[in-house]
Design a binder for this molecule. Structure first.
Ligand code: DC
Length: 241
């Protein structure tokens, strides 16, 4: 028995990136996936798509039974699909329709935070997330990747930044997309989502055991990516594809 050695059949690692809303996980995850030649899995997009489907079905985000039923129905019908897109990071389809833009509104962000608190919704999406990542050579980003989805991920990050800095980045993104929203509203949204994501009973947002904390409050994007790539290379002796 080779005690002390990790038991893994993966040739290439799983990289888990968790952290609060607006910490820059999506852009960083995308860059890491590109730099390493890995698959990118945006699990927040999955919760957002369930929220969009609920909103269109006029189902209240808080209605656990109906939203859970809807999430299972979508997964069983293979109605959620995600493909890599150079411009968007991930292109998302709901029953064939491109909803990549529609899932990025503040209302759907708030809805995603609410639907993701239902245990039934989480278990419906868990299977999809594990399927997408189990072979390794993948960067997954979300809130519970290192704690629940892949607690055995070879590399785990907790990417964070102060609420003000996160709101500032999110606000700039929304304004660039032509949305009219104030900084104060964006900050309030960020804080509300933090409270919801950290306070829920199922799979709350928290640092996973063994996760490396990267606080990007005083780091720019390139510095953040460089620090994380260093960790990946050291931790896994990883070779890019
Ligand atoms: O990362 P994001 O903003 O796209 O995520 C939208 C919401 O989905 C977020 O408020 C919490 C939820 N989420 C989650 O609960 N677990 C994940 N692994 C990813 C996202």
């Amino acid at each position: 028995m080779l005690s002390g050695l990790p038991v893994t059949t993966r040739l290439r690692p799983i990289i888990a990136i968790d952290g609060p809303a607006g910490a820059g996980k999506s852009t960083v995850a995308r860059r890491l996936a590109d730099a390493l030649g890995y698959v990118l899995v945006d699990t927040g997009a999955m919760y957002r798509t369930v929220a969009l489907a609920a909103s269109r079905a006029q189902t209240a985000f808080g209605d656990a039974a109906r939203v859970t039923e809807l999430a299972h129905a979508l997964v069983e019908a293979h109605a959620l699909s995600f493909e890599r897109d150079v411009e968007l990071g991930v292109r998302v389809r709901l029953a064939g329709e491109d909803v990549s833009e529609a899932i990025r509104t503040p209302d759907i962000a708030q809805g995603a935070s609410l639907v993701s608190a239902h245990a039934g919704v989480r278990s419906a999406l868990l299977a999809l997330q594990r399927q997408a990542g189990e072979a390794g050579g993948v960067v997954l980003e979300g809130r519970d990747i290192g704690t629940v989805v892949f607690p055995d991920a070879e590399v785990k990050f907790f990417l964070t930044a102060s609420p003000e800095v996160r709101a500032g980045r999110r606000h700039a993104e929304l304004v660039a997309k032509g949305q009219t929203v104030s900084f104060d509203e964006t900050l309030a949204d960020v804080k509300r989502r933090d409270a919801q994501d950290e306070g829920r009973e199922v799979a709350p947002l928290k640092k996973a055991d063994g996760a490396v904390v990267v606080d990007s409050t005083d780091l720019d994007f390139e510095q953040t990516v460089a620090r994380m790539l260093d960790v990946v290379k050291t931790a896994s002796g990883v070779a890019s594809a």
